[in-house]
Design a protein around this ligand. Structure first.
Ligand SMILES: CC(C)(COP(=O)(O)OP(=O)(O)OC[C@H]1O[C@@H](n2cnc3c(N)ncnc32)[C@H](O)[C@@H]1OP(=O)(O)O)[C@@H](O)C(=O)NCCC(=O)NCCS
Length: 169
C-alpha cells in the first residue's frame, strides 16, 4: 500500500520529540498493559536514546510515531526491534509501515535477520507484522510479566553465512 502522507518524515529523534514519542507509545493498549503511562514512556524513550536507535515519524512536523531498535547485537540476534508505536489517531495510514521500512533498511545492512516480540493478544499488530513478512518463531510465556505471552517473530533475507548486505526491496 502506498503512503498517502506526502509530508511524512522518518528521522532520528531529537529532544523536542520526546513528548510526542511518549504520547505515541502511551496511546497503545499493549504498552498500557505494561504500565506505560506518558511519564513512564517518556523516561523509557530518553533512556533508549542512549543505548538504542530511536527514530520518529513526523507528519506536518508533528510526531505521530516512534521506532526503537538495535542493529549492533551479537550474532545471531544482531537486529532487534524493541518498540514500534503509532499514535492512535494516526494509525492505518502507512506510518507504521514507513517506520518499519526504515528500521529494516538499517537492520539489513548489518545482517539478514530482524527479530521482534509481539504480545499474543495484540492481533492487529500480529496481522500487520505477518503481512510485512515476519514469521512466528515461537511463544515465550511469562517472559516479562506473569500471564503475558510474547511471540518471537523474525523477518529474514536468508542465512547469515554468505549474506551480502542489501537494501530491503
Ligand atoms: C501496529 C502499528 C505500529 C501499525 O502502525 P500503523 O501506522 O497503523 O500501520 P499501517 O498504517 O502501516 O498499516 C496498518 C493497517 O492500515 C492499513 N493501511 C496502510 N496504509 C493505509 C492507507 N493509506 N489507508 C488505509 N489503510 C492503510 C494497512 O493495510 C494495515 O491493515 P491491516 O489492519 O490489515 O494490518 C500500530 O497499529 C500501533 O502503534 N499499534 C499500537 C502499538 C502496538 O501494538 N505496537 C506493536 C507492538 S509489538
Amino acid at each position: 500500500m502506498t503512503n498517502p502522507s506526502v509530508d511524512l518524515e522518518i528521522a532520528p529523534i531529537t529532544e523536542n520529540d520526546y513528548d510526542g514519542a511518549a504520547a505515541a507509545i502511551a496511546s497503545g493498549l499493549v504498552f498500557q498493559w505494561y504500565g506505560m503511562t506518558h511519564p513512564v514512556a517518556r523516561d523509557f524513550v530518553v533512556r533508549a536514546a542512549t543505548d538504542s536507535i530511536v527514530v520518529v515519524a513526523r507528519v506536518g512536523g508533528r510526531v505521530v510515531g516512534v521506532a526503537i531498535f538495535r542493529a549492533d547485537g551479537p550474532m545471531p540476534v544482531r537486529a532487534y526491534l524493541r518498540v514500534l508505536a503509532v499514535a492512535e489517531g494516526s494509525r492505518g495510514q502507512g506510518v507504521g509501515r514507513a517506520l518499519l521500512r526504515y528500521v529494516e533498511e538499517q537492520a539489513f545492512q548489518q545482517g539478514p535477520n530482524l527479530f521482534l516480540l509481539c504480545v499474543d493478544r495484540n492481533t492487529d499488530a500480529r496481522r500487520f507484522y505477518e503481512r510485512e513478512g515476519y514469521h512466528l518463531v515461537g511463544a515465550l510465556p511469562d517472559l516479562g510479566f506473569e500471564g503475558i505471552t510474547e511471540l518471537l517473530y523474525r523477518k529474514t533475507l536468508g542465512p547469515i553465512r554468505g549474506y551480502v548486505p542489501r537494501s530491503n526491496g
